[in-house]
Design a protein around this ligand. Structure first.
Ligand code: HEC
Ligand code: HEC
Length: 413
C-alpha cells in the first residue's frame, strides 16, 4: 500500500472511530490489514494462483489448469475433431499436439520418488515385483512433483516459453507475485533465475499436495469407512470381487498398492509395464510424428538404459478413471469397456478378439518385445456381465465432486 492510501485509511478510521463516539471499540473499528501484507503467504496459496495463470505461457493462452482441469478430475477435457475429449493436448501455440494422453494430476502426489526396488503384491498369483517404480510423467523422468512442474512452462509444445529467464520475467510482471515470492522464499529469491524458477515449481507442487487433489471420498472410500454398502446383487459388487480376486482377474497384480481394505488405496502399485497398447494412428496422423516413430516409454527416461524397459509405462491410478477417457498413454481407447475387453483378449479362449471401437481385431502392440504376458495371461476369461461388473466397480472410484460427470447410460443401475 502506498503512503497516501495509508494516510487516507488512517484518517478514515480515525473519523469512523470519532463518529462512533466510543473511542474506537474493535467491533466498530475493524483491524487494519498489514500495510505490506503479501497477497499469498504460503507456497500452496501462491501455487494455486500460479497453477491457473495463463501468463506463464508464451501467448498467455494456457496454464496447468488448461490441461489438468480441476472441474474435470484434473485432465485435459478439451474436445478433439470428433467432438469427444481429445486423446492428446493442444499447445499454447494453437497448433502443436502432444503424443501422450494427459494424465490426471489428482492423486499424483502419492507416487513414490522414481527408483528401482521391489515390493510384495496383493491378490496376485505373481511373485514380488522387482524393477522401476514411481516418479512423475508416464516414464518417471521427473522424480517428484516440483521437478515435474518445472517442465511444462518451457516445453515447446505445451506452454512454450523460450527459457526459464522469460518465465521469471513474467512472474516479475505481477507485483503480487513479487511480494509473495520475497515473503515466502526470502528477499533474494529473484537474484538468481534458477532459484526463482524452482520457487515457482515448488509452490505449484505444494498446491498439488492439497486435499482438493485427493479427497478420498468416492463410493469405494465411503465403503471402507462403513458409510456405503455395495448392493450384493449389483454389477459393481461383482466387479469389486473380481478386481480383488487372486484367481479370476489379474487387475490387483498391478493396480493394488496396499493390503485389502486399507484406507487410501491408490489403485496403482506404480510398477512399469508394457501391456501391449497399439499405436494411436489417428494421433500420429495429426501430430506430424513419423510412421516409424515409437514411444519408448520408460526407456525414454534418461536414468534408464536397459533395452528390456522399452515400451513400459507407469501403471496409472484408477481413481476417477470413469471420467477421464480416453485411455492408455496415447488415448487409443475411448471407453472403459473397451479397455477391459482389451485385457481379456490376452486370456486363452477369450471371446473378446475384436476391438468394439473399430470393429476389427486388436492391432499389434507398439512395442512387441517387452509385453508383460506373464502377468496379463494370468486369469480367467471374462463374460460380458463380468466386463460390465468391472466397469461398474471402476465407476465407484469417482470422487464425489465428479460423480455428475459419470455416463448416464443405465449400465450399472
Ligand atoms: C499442453 C498440456 C499440458 C500442460 C499445459 C501441462 N501439462 Fe501436465 N501433463 C501433460 C501431459 C501430456 C503429461 C504426460 C507427459 C509424459 O508423460 O511425457 C503431463 C503430466 C503431468 C503430471 C504427471 C502425472 C503422472 O501421473 O505422472 C503432473 C503432476 C502434471 N502434468 C502437472 C502439470 C503442472 C503442474 C502443469 C503446469 C506447470 C502442467 N502439468 C501443465 C499435459 C500438460
Ligand atoms: C501387468 C500389469 C497390469 C495388469 C495385470 C493390469 N493393468 Fe491396467 N494398466 C497397467 C498399465 C501399465 C497401464 C498403462 C498402459 C499404457 O498406457 O500403455 C494400465 C492402464 C489401465 C487403464 C487405463 C487407465 C488410464 O487412465 O488410461 C485401466 C482402466 C486399467 N488399466 C484397468 C485394469 C483392469 C480392470 C485390470 C484387470 C482386468 C488391469 N488393468 C490389469 C498395468 C496393468
Amino acid at each position: 500500500m502506498d503512503t497516501l492510501k495509508l494516510i487516507y485509511r488512517m484518517t478514515l478510521s480515525t473519523s469512523i472511530a470519532l463518529a462512533a463516539g466510543c473511542g474506537g471499540s474493535s467491533s466498530t473499528n475493524p483491524p487494519e490489514p498489514e500495510p505490506s501484507a503479501p497477497a499469498f503467504t504460503t507456497k500452496s496459496s501462491l501455487g494455486e494462483a500460479l497453477y491457473s495463470d495463463p501468463n506463464l505461457s508464451f501467448n498467455r493462452t494456457q496454464s496447468c489448469a488448461t490441461c489438468h482441469n480441476p472441474d474435470h478430475a484434473f485432465i485435459d477435457n478439451r474436445l478433439g475433431p470428433e467432438g469427444l475429449v481429445d486423446a492428446v493436448s493442444l499447445g499454447d501455440d494453437g497448433f502443436s499436439l502432444g503424443d501422450r494422453n494427459t494424465p490426471t494430476a489428482a492423486y499424483a502426489r502419492f507416487a513414490p520418488l522414481f527408483a528401482s526396488g521391489s515390493h510384495p503384491r496383493f491378490n496376485s498369483q505373481q511373485p514380488d515385483y522387482h524393477g522401476f517404480v514411481g516418479g512423475q510423467f508416464l516414464d518417471g523422468r521427473a522424480t517428484d512433483l516440483a521437478s515435474q512442474a518445472a517442465g511444462p512452462p518451457t516445453n515447446p509444445i505445451e506452454m512454450g516459453m523460450p527459457d526459464k529467464a522469460s518465465v521469471v520475467d513474467r512472474l516479475k510482471e505481477n507485483s503480487r507475485y513479487v511480494d509473495s515470492f520475497e515473503h515466502i522464499f526470502g528477499p533474494d529469491v529473484f537474484d538468481d533465475i534458477d532459484t526463482a524458477y524452482m520457487a515457482m515449481a515448488e509452490s505449484i507442487a505444494e498446491f498439488e499436495k492439497n486435499d482438493e487433489f485427493a479427497p478420498f471420498d468416492s463410493k469405494y472410500d465411503q465403503f471402507l469407512r462403513g458409510e456405503y454398502i455395495y448392493d450384493p446383487l449389483s454389477k459393481a459388487a461383482l466387479g469389486k470381487s473380481l478386481f480383488f480376486s487372486q484367481q479370476f482377474t489379474n487387475c490387483a497384480t498391478c493396480h493394488q498398492l496396499k493390503p485389502n481394505g486399507t484406507d487410501g488405496e491408490l489403485f496403482t502399485s506404480y510398477e512399469y509395464h508394457n501391456i501391449g497398447v497399439p499405436k494411436n494412428v489417428d494421433v500420429r496422423a495429426r501430430n506430424g510424428k513419423d510412421e516409424s516413430f515409437v514411444d519408448e516409454g520408460l526407456l525414454s527416461n534418461d536414468a534408464v538404459t536397459d533395452i528390456s524397459e522399452r515400451g513400459k509405462f507407469k501403471t496409472p491410478t484408477l481413481r476417477n478413471v470413469a471420467v477421464t477417457a480416453p485411455y492408455m498413454h496415447n488415448g487409443v481407447f475411448r471407453e472403459l469397456k473397451t479397455v477391459i475387453q482389451f485385457y481379456d483378449h490376452f486370456l486363452t479362449n477369450s471371446d473378446h478378439v475384436i476391438n468394439p471401437e473399430t470393429g476389427t481385431p486388436w492391432k499389434d502392440p507398439e512395442v512387441p518385445e517387452t509385453v508383460a504376458f506373464t502377468e496379463l495371461q494370468d486369469g480367467n476369461k471374462l463374460s460380458n456381465d463380468e466386463v460390465e461388473g468391472l466397469v461398474c466397480f471402476l465407476r465407484t472410484l469417482t470422487d464425489s465432486r465428479y460423480e455428475h460427470l459419470l455416463p448416464e447410460d443405465g449400465l450399472c443401475n
